[in-house]
Design a binder for this molecule. Structure first.
Ligand SMILES: [Zn+2]
Length: 128
C-alpha cells in the first residue's frame, strides 16, 4: 500500500521592475518510502532522511508521517548574519543559475523576479 503526504509550496513573487505581485502556490504529493528507495531530491518521494530538508520550503498538511522542524527563511538567515544582502547564491550548479539576496529577504532571479521561497526560486529559474 502506498502512503502519501501532501504539501504546499509558496511560489509567489514580485517583479522588481514592474512591482507586479504574482501570488501562486503549488500543491505536491510526496510518496512516503524507506530511505533506500528515496530519491531525496526529485520532489516525488520523501523519507526520514530528507523530510527535515523539505520542510524548510514546503508546508506539509496533517497527518504528517515525520518529525516537524521549524521553517528557516532567507529573512531569518539575514537576521542571524548567516547571509548578507547582495550575496549571490547558486540555485543550480549544473546550469550555473544564480539568485541575489535582496534586503527584503527575497531571492532575485536574473529576470527580475523576487521570490521569498528558495525552492520556488530554484524551480522558476530552471523552468523559465
Ligand atoms: Zn529521502
Amino acid at each position: 500500500m502506498h502512503h502519501y503526504v501532501t504539501a504546499r509550496l509558496d511560489e509567489s513573487y514580485t517583479h522588481l521592475l514592474t512591482g507586479q505581485r504574482v501570488v501562486r502556490e503549488r500543491h505536491v504529493a510526496f510518496e512516503v518510502v524507506e530511505p533506500p528507495d528515496c530519491n531525496h531530491h526529485n520532489g516525488e518521494t520523501i523519507c526520514t532522511e530528507c523530510a527535515p530538508g523539505w520542510q524548510l520550503d514546503y508546508d506539509f498538511a496533517d497527518p504528517f508521517a515525520f518529525a516537524r522542524v521549524d521553517r528557516v527563511t532567507v529573512a531569518d538567515l539575514l537576521a542571524a548574519g548567516m547571509l548578507t544582502v547582495g550575496a549571490t547564491l547558486v540555485m543550480d550548479e549544473d546550469t550555473a543559475t544564480t539568485a541575489v539576496v535582496t534586503d527584503t529577504g527575497g531571492l532575485m532571479l536574473s529576470d527580475g523576479r523576487v521570490f521569498d521561497n528558495p525552492s520556488a526560486a530554484a524551480n522558476a529559474a530552471l523552468t523559465s
